[in-house]
Design a protein around this ligand. Structure first.
Ligand code: XMP
Length: 321
């Protein structure tokens, strides 16, 4: 069945919220539902909507997959505590790294994350909590790109002919699936979330794994995590839609302390976009790039080469895998 898009300009946020809260409450009934909060605008909006609809019948978890950015779990738990939403952190780093071991193909990496997240980690939480529903923030762009075969977004099932009830043992509710990112931001604002959340830069479900080319290891994630913190600090004032650091698999010869250093390469991308369907590189000032590169080679261990990618989407995609 075709999903009926609600454009940001046609959206009435308060009516949308009331309607979706009613639908969620009616679907879940007397049961219990669970959801995973990553702190992004989509999952934050779903968490607030779910709590409006279900109150304490919704259990919210932050899955620490070991692939998140610096200090992310703690910041999110403390933000939602202010809204009276209790978020339980589930430590699952080892499971994810184990599942990713030895995998280099981008779609296989995404599949490993999907299976670990939905089958292993969520399957267990569902059994323990007795929940029959998982509430999640899939948006229309996720569905489009998966159906088009561009990228298998980690959170899309029905459109691929996968029945979550059969495969994972629970049903999935997707209240935001008619919206794109700009519409979700308006809903998040109307739900009372702070600007730092409703304007938050998108971050992919597969997290930093989408920014490591080749096999993902804790060491490589650590490198890209430090590089990400540098890029996010330096480009915070750029006003761009999204900016990121990518760790390449190939090494190149560099010089460190007067000696040969066969070192790491970081690629920086900074995107202008409205809804992530199309995007173009931000025309960053040379001085800004220069400062960024100097910090990158001094603060990120092992990096001897930094590039800035100016390709548009399409033919590029925004994330590297
Ligand atoms: P791409 O790389 O497909 O990214 O051009 C478009 C937007 O979607 C984000 N992205 C994802 N978000 N799960 C998500 O929730 C995913 O698997 C995923 N892959 C990409 C990306 O950060 C960008 O904003």
């Amino acid at each position: 069945m075709e999903i009926q898009e609600i454009t940001a300009s046609g959206l009435k946020p308060q009516e949308f919220i009331q309607e979706k809260a009613r639908e969620i409450a009616a679907t879940v009934g007397d049961g219990v539902a669970i959801n995973a909060l990553s702190g992004g605008v989509d999952s934050s909006a779903v968490t607030m909507l779910g709590h409006k609809a279900l109150g304490s019948k919704l259990k919210t978890y932050f899955i620490n997959n070991g692939l998140m950015r610096k200090d992310e779990p703690e910041q999110i738990v403390s933000l939602f505590a202010k809204f009276g939403v209790k978020v339980e952190i589930v430590e699952a780093q080892e499971k994810f790294f184990q599942a990713l071991k030895g995998i280099t193909d981008p779609e296989e990496k995404r599949e490993a994350i999907t299976q670990t997240f939905y089958k292993d980690v969520f399957g267990k939480l569902v059994r323990e909590s007795g929940a029959k529903y998982l509430l999640q923030g899939t948006i229309l762009t996720d569905v489009d790109e998966t159906v088009a075969g561009i990228k298998r977004q980690h959170n899309v099932f029905a459109q691929l002919g996968i029945d979550p009830q059969e495969v994972f043992g629970y049903k999935i509710i997707e209240p935001l699936v008619q919206l794109r990112k700009d519409g979700v931001r308006r809903v998040a604002e109307a739900l009372g979330l702070p600007k730092s959340t409703f304007n938050r830069m998108p971050f992919p479900g597969p997290a930093l794994c989408a920014r490591v080319i080749g096999e993902v290891t804790p060491e490589k994630i650590n490198t890209v995590r430090i590089a990400t913190a540098v890029v996010e600090e330096e480009l915070a004032s750029s006003g761009a839609f999204q900016y990121m650091a990518i760790l390449h698999q190939d090494r190149v010869t560099g010089i460190r302390d007067g000696k040969r250093d066969f070192g790491l390469q970081i690629e920086i991308r900074c995107w202008d976009s409205i809804d992530a369907r199309n995007a173009g590189p931000t025309r960053l000032a040379y001085e800004q790039l220069d400062k960024l590169v100097k910090r990158m080679v001094t603060e990120v261990p092992g990096v001897v080469s930094v590039t800035y990618n100016i390709t548009a989407k399409p033919p590029s995609t925004m994330e590297a895998i």
